[in-house]
Design a protein around this ligand. Structure first.
Ligand code: GDP
Length: 325
């Protein structure tokens, strides 16, 4: 039986990954941060701890001796990284390298191969001059989040040279109804649902012209497992290859909820405009398609539809559970 260890279990990706691994019969262990509030799938063995407590995490990993390590923990939003750049570096950068070292030590001690998957990010490319980006694109981040992810990304290569099956999955934006509302997609779908139910009137946003390559989170988690289990350790871009603007996402979300005239509800608030922001990120996942047999299963319209439908249900449930006056 495969024994897997996940960091970041409280996040969107951690929750989908745990479900996928459990349903395939793996034994799943996870580091549980005290701030984690999200429900965790039944069957996951939780180990309280903080990734930045390097000694404790190393001890835990050497004790568990997992076959697969998935590092999904981190400060996950670019927006937050601007207000907490040092914490972002500690968690996403230094702690990731410490985890790589721990995985390598497990392999050395046990004599069994350990497979390590790092959730890397399109943000390592910053404002790329070529589009779409692939695994050979220059790593040149432009925000604290990208810098921290680049540090861990480059360390993966270092440990691969030390014969660890270490893989960076360069994940483009991936969304779902489990996405927190600090990300623009879920912010839009949750607010649109509230507007549709008459519980809100405006949606305040930043840059509507930013273009992102948005995919379906469970597809991306599936790519992580495929990368862990492939014969060779390589880095992979995981993306749909199609970019849409924030404006297009807004239009599609209002349309799905049956609301006309989205422009009358949207206001631009400078508080949500970033100091610097990549105008377009779009990935070429040819390598993953070729070597992992991976392909995205959900397109843009379907993604927006699933998120809006779920938020309409959630707002509907809340309204119906409220006492009537
Ligand atoms: P990111 O690509 O990982 O930073 O994911 P986000 O969902 O936070 O942001 C995606 C894009 O949406 C970025 O280019 C943001 O500048 C843009 N954006 C526009 N308005 C907003 C907003 O109100 N909130 C957020 N989070 N992003 C916004």
């Amino acid at each position: 039986m495969t024994r897997a260890f996940i960091t970041g279990i409280g996040g969107q990706d951690g929750s989908y990954l745990a479900e996928q691994l459990l349903s395939a019969g793996a034994e799943v262990h996870a580091l549980a941060h005290p701030d984690d509030r999200a429900p965790v799938a039944r069957g996951v063995e939780l180990h309280p701890g903080d990734l930045t407590d390097i000694a404790q995490t190393r001890h835990l990993l050497l004790d568990l001796a997992p076959d697969e390590v998935y590092n999904l923990a981190g400060v996950s939003s670019v927006a937050r990284s601007w207000s907490e750049p040092d914490l972002t570096g500690q968690v996403n950068g230094l702690a990731a390298v410490a985890l790589l070292e721990s995985a390598w030590q497990v392999q050395e001690a046990s004599g069994r191969a350990v497979r390590f998957v790092q959730a890397s990010s399109a943000e390592i490319f910053g404002e790329p001059t070529s589009s779409p980006q692939d695994e050979a694109t220059l790593v040149k981040p432009i925000n604290p989040y990208g810098v921290s992810k680049a540090y861990a990304h480059l360390a993966v290569e270092v440990y691969r040279r030390r014969k660890l099956h270490a893989v960076s999955a360069i994940l483009y934006n991936h969304e779902s109804p489990r996405r927190p509302t600090q990300f623009v997609t879920r912010k839009i779908t949750a607010t649109v649902a509230a507007i549709a139910h008459g519980e809100a009137d405006t949606l305040a946003l930043g840059n509507l012209d930013a273009r992102r390559d948005w995919g379906w989170a469970p597809d991306y988690v599936d790519a992580l497992v495929r990368a862990a289990r492939a014969d060779d350790a390589r880095d992979y871009v995981i993306a749909t290859g199609v970019a849409h603007s924030v404006r297009e996402f807004v239009e599609a979300a209002f349309a799905r909820a049956g609301l006309e005239d989205w422009e009358s509800h949207v206001v631009i608030d400078p508080a949500f405009v970033r100091p610097v922001d990549a105008t377009e990120l779009v990935g070429d996942s040819s390598r993953a398609r070729k070597f992992l047999g991976w392909a995205p299963s959900v397109g843009f319209e379907e993604l927006v539809g699933r998120m809006v439908d779920r938020d309409l249900e959630l707002v509907g449930d809340q309204s119906s559970s409220r006492p009537s006056r």
